[in-house]
Write a protein that binds this ligand. Structure first.
Ligand SMILES: [Zn+2]
Length: 131
């Protein structure tokens, strides 16, 4: 799929080259590149969406010992149809994953052997004829 925009952390060279004593004392923290054809042929609302999306990738880690300017990945990877069907509980995946991880932790703490299937869920579903 065509990439409309991309964000990256600034390296030392970019920081140096973007340093300006009047406005940007320490140089840029991030660089966003945007496809020019997209930018020149789209409405303001979609430009805002792209910039807002790219800025969501930024994270200032106040506890970081090195560079506190971090990048974070997307919250979700999903299908549009599934997003629509899960509108009543959009964070269901994180909730279920957290619950399951907690159960595994409790099982480990109680000394019970944690058995995980060696087959992947898709293989199990295929055997049952669900795929
Ligand atoms: Zn993104």
């Amino acid at each position: 799929m065509l990439v409309l925009a991309r964000i990256m952390k600034a390296n030392d060279l970019i920081r140096h080259l973007t340093t300006n004593e009047k406005s940007v004392a320490e140089g840029y923290d991030y660089i966003i590149t945007i496809d020019k054809v997209f930018w020149d042929n789209t409405k303001e609302v979609d430009r805002e969406r792209v910039i807002r999306h790219e800025l969501r990738h930024t994270f200032f880690d106040i506890d970081a010992e090195d560079n506190p300017y971090k990048l974070v990945d997307h919250d979700i990877t999903d299908f549009y149809a599934e997003v629509e069907m899960n509108r009543d509980d959009p964070r269901w995946r994180g909730r279920c994953a957290s619950l399951t991880a907690d159960i595994y932790d409790q099982m480990k703490e109680s000394g019970r052997k944690v058995q995980r299937s060696k087959k992947t869920p898709i293989e199990i579903a295929a055997e049952k004829g669900k795929v």
